[in-house]
Write a protein that binds this ligand. Structure first.
Ligand SMILES: NC(=O)c1ccc[n+]([C@@H]2O[C@H](COP(=O)([O-])OP(=O)(O)OC[C@H]3O[C@@H](n4cnc5c(N)ncnc54)[C@H](O)[C@@H]3O)[C@@H](O)[C@H]2O)c1
Ligand SMILES: O=c1ccn([C@@H]2O[C@H](COP(=O)(O)OP(=O)(O)O[C@H]3O[C@H](CO)[C@@H](O)[C@H](O)[C@H]3O)[C@@H](O)[C@H]2O)c(=O)[nH]1
Length: 480
């Protein structure tokens, strides 16, 4: 029986390994982590992450060929294939701070693998890493290996949160990079055999190590660039009376461009896009390519601009001050169908409003009060370090309340901000909400989920990203 061990039981390690276990009944899969609470949750009825369809997959295989354990060394030493799916956050200190990937967790995993291994192993990079990381990992492994042979493969993950199970069941592609040596090719074949249990052969792409590592960073950069492109257009739409949804539809009909990933928003969030682009920028700079670095940097700059622009719209529309005003924030997760808040634009928008002394009442169907308080207290980039390295009870913000109902959040509010596109926000009783709000009642839609005209008919002053402006807002000076 092939034994797989995955180091890192997070958003990638957990779902990915659960699907491998489901699709490969003859493979034993053990997911290990240094976080005791995370492993306890994986072994309980309340999984540590919310992901549609995940519970069913875990229920079907847990205890049969899928196990979660904190006994990291035992399972690593017994495995034939080791996936490493630990965090690779942005460095907060030292050389490359604010840009480069922090490989501390990866390096310590590699050293541990070298220390405990007693037989040959295939080590798979599942985490997103800078191009050429495999070379460094190889050095760590072989310098300590006592004659044991390690083959390093790059097998980046392309799942998106909220659709992880769907993406894993039916991936657009699986990418495997390895050394162009007989040993490297044999390792590629072994990993390919695992995926071939459910992924059609033509969707499994095999490349050299550096192409695989770089393709992951490139894919995220291209995806984020589409969002910054449409968001940049949204500002121009507001200035000219064009409607960004109509422009995106017309542009996306060109089959060379394609319709997906062209939704204008308050900005992209999530643990990957910003981190991976910053990392790409740093790699370009290190390779003496400042023009290329600046090109990609602009994708982040436009994203920051979009978040600032949204806050400025709110404040300027509400008589240039939100001091002491109750603002209801609907949605805090970085996208719908996840409870993940890493790099969510809601953090920047809420911080911007708090700076202007607003009182926030926040509702998200999947995010807890503790998480929201933590997110609004942490410094930039600290969020992506393992929970046990974060402050246990950060000082809670007094100007924030977190409630479990959109109607409660909006009661007596001066304004509503929609920051996540949860489906339930489309079907709220906005007449009831309007009746219970202060007047004029403002609604700022950062995700284009509501029909602005219907809400204007009720009496709301509505701002929707990239849409023709409400007469109320139109006459105000443009802000950026
Ligand atoms: N989240 C996504 O949607 C996604 C998608 C594709 C790729 N990625 C990449 O995958 C990697 C993991 O992302 P994630 O979202 O799963 O992160 P995560 O923070 O949810 O999970 C990482 C886990 O690794 C554990 N860990 C860290 N060091 C360890 C060690 N030495 N031994 C054992 N466990 C250790 C942490 O405790 C944590 O539980 C990152 O490189 C990320 O860029 C993420
Ligand atoms: O048209 C769009 C599409 C997305 N978003 C936002 O972009 C962010 C990222 O969304 P998405 O890409 O769907 O989720 P992630 O889970 O961050 O997935 C991305 O990052 C992962 C981690 O690297 C990759 O594996 C995935 O392929 C890649 O899509 C979210 O804030 C979305 O709301 C928009 O604003 N407009």
């Amino acid at each position: 029986m092939v034994k797989i061990c995955c180091i890192g039981a997070g958003y990638v390690g957990g779902p990915t390994m659960a699907v491998i276990a489901l699709k490969c009944p003859s493979v034993e899969v053990v997911v290990v982590d240094i976080s005791v609470s995370r492993i306890t949750a994986w072994n309980s009825e309340q999984l540590p992450i919310y992901e549609p369809g995940l519970d069913e997959v875990v229920k079907q295989c847990r205890g049969k060929n899928l196990f979660f354990s904190v006994d990291v060394e035992k399972h690593v030493s017994e495995a034939d294939i080791i996936f490493v799916s630990v965090n690779t956050p942005t460095k907060t200190q030292g050389l490359g701070a604010g840009k480069a990937a922090d490989l501390t967790y990866w390096e310590s995993a590699a050293r541990m693998i070298a220390d405990v291994s007693k037989s040959d192993k295939i080590v798979v990079e599942k985490s997103t890493v800078p191009v050429k990381t495999a070379e460094a990992i190889e050095k760590i492994l072989t310098h300590n290996s006592k004659g044991i042979k390690f083959q390093i493969l790059s097998n980046p993950e392309f799942l998106a949160e909220g659709t992880a199970i769907e993406d894993l069941f039916s991936p657009d592609r699986v990418l495997i990079g390895g050394r162009e040596t007989p040993g490297g090719q044999k390792a590629i074949k072994a990993l390919k055999a695992v995926y071939a249990n459910w992924v059609p052969e033509e969707r499994i792409i095999c490349t050299n190590l550096w192409s695989a590592e770089l393709s992951k960073l490139a894919a995220n950069a291209f995806l984020a660039q589409r969002i910054s492109s449409v968001n940049a257009m949204s500002a121009l739409c507001e200035a000219t009376g064009a409607d960004v949804s109509q422009v995106a539809h017309a542009v996306g009909k060109d089959t060379r461009i394609g319709a997906k990933f062209l939704n204008a928003s308050v900005g992209f969030g999530g643990s990957c896009f910003q981190k991976d682009i910053l990392n790409l920028v740093y790699i370009c700079e290190c390779n003496g390519l400042p023009e290329v670095a600046n090109y990609w940097k602009q994708v982040i700059k436009v994203n920051d601009y979009q978040k600032n622009r949204f806050v400025n719209r709110i404040v300027s529309s509400m008589f240039n001050t939100v001091s002491g005003k109750k603002i209801a924030v609907l949605g805090f997760a970085f996208k719908k169908d996840t409870g993940d808040t890493r790099e969510t634009p809601a953090i920047d928008v809420c911080k911007g409003l708090i700076d202007d002394k607003a009182k926030l009442s926040i509702y998200d169907p999947q995010v807890t009060e503790e998480q929201i308080q933590r997110d609004l207290s942490l410094n930039k980039f600290d969020w992506d370090h393992p929970a046990h390295l974060q402050p246990l009870s950060p000082a809670s913000k007094k100007d924030i309340t977190v409630v479990w109902d959109a109607y409660e959040a909006t009661k007596n509010a001066h304004a509503i901000c929609i920051l996540t596109e949860w489906d339930e926000f489309k079907n709220l009783d906005f007449q009831k909400i309007y009746n219970n709000m202060q007047k004029p009642a403002f609604l700022f839609d950062g995700r284009n989920v509501v029909n602005p005209q219907k809400l204007r008919d009720i009496g709301f002053v509505v701002y929707s990203i990239g849409k023709p402006l409400d007469p109320w807002i139109k006459d105000l000076p443009a802000v950026a």
